[in-house]
Each structure stands twice: as structure tokens, then as C-alpha cells.
Write a protein that binds this ligand. Structure first.
Ligand SMILES: [Zn+2]
Ligand SMILES: [Zn+2]
Length: 147
């Protein structure tokens, strides 16, 4: 679980350069326990390096994703949310349609169940993506922010 991804090694082994922007974007994602979208990553990156542009952030995210260092999730909105692939325990996401909060749920049973089902069909499961959406506890009780 604490298999820390070594960005430097991964980047160099793929014959790419570890630019400041790549390092910065990756660090922001690594330090965050949230699922950030590109705009939020951009805002945080700007605080550390005001020369970085939004286009660079998008390009960098696409590259990190292509390299398998970062996952992108769509939570029913028109833009993706990113997280690093480290601690890559299978987990599922719940997103609140009111406040936008994203929570992670870990149910190892889900993967086992999927494997069982697929074994019967002769399939091999590599990944299971589950996205639940609705109202979080706060929004259900009427304390949600936004609105
Ligand atoms: Zn909510
Ligand atoms: Zn997640």
C-alpha cells in the first residue's frame, strides 16, 4: 500500500524529462487526498510557480495519465478528476450531486464478486469502476454548502 511511485525514475525510464511542471503537478496530486480537477490543480500550481499555464497543466495531466502514474475519473460532470495511482487499492467513488464532494469507498468484496461472476463466463477482470452518486450526509441533512 505504501508503494510510493518514483516519478523521477518513471519519467526517465520512458525517456522523458522531469520538467518543473511535471514535478509540481504530480506533487500536488500526491499531497492531496482529494480528487482534484485540472482547474484546481492549476490554481495550486500557480501559487508555487506563477509562470505555469493552464494548457501546461492539461498537457502534463495527459502525459502522467498516459504513463500510468495518474488516474482520471469522470464523476458525471463535464470534466475529469485526477488522483495518483499510488496506494492503488481498488476503490470506488461516491460523488455528491449537490456539493460536489467525492468520497472513496473500499469494498474488497466487490472485486471478488466481479471475479466470481466473470470466471463463470471465462472472462478475466483487471479493473472494476463503480461510481455512485447522490447526496452526501451533510446535504441530506440540509447543511451542504453551495445553495
Ligand atoms: Zn453534499
Ligand atoms: Zn479515488
Amino acid at each position: 500500500m505504501n508503494d510510493k511511485l518514483d516519478l523521477t525514475t518513471s519519467i526517465r525510464s520512458q525517456g522523458r524529462k522531469l520538467t518543473q511542471a511535471r514535478k509540481l503537478v504530480f506533487e500536488i496530486l500526491e499531497q492531496s487526498r482529494e480528487h482534484l480537477d485540472a482547474e484546481t490543480i492549476f490554481e495550486r500550481a500557480r501559487q508555487k510557480n506563477n509562470r505555469i499555464g493552464l494548457a501546461t497543466v492539461y498537457r502534463t495531466l495527459a502525459l502522467l495519465k498516459e504513463m500510468g502514474l495518474v488516474n482520471e475519473h469522470q464523476f458525471g460532470q463535464d470534466h475529469g478528476h485526477f488522483e495518483t495511482v499510488q496506494n492503488n487499492q481498488p476503490h470506488y467513488h461516491f460523488s455528491c450531486i449537490k456539493c460536489g464532494r467525492v468520497m472513496e469507498c473500499r469494498y474488497p468484496q466487490v472485486l471478488n464478486l466481479a471475479r466470481d461472476l466473470c470466471e463463470k463466463e471465462g472472462l478475466q477482470v483487471l479493473d472494476v469502476a463503480i461510481h455512485l452518486s447522490g447526496y452526501c450526509a451533510q446535504c441530506r441533512s440540509g447543511d451542504g454548502n453551495n445553495e
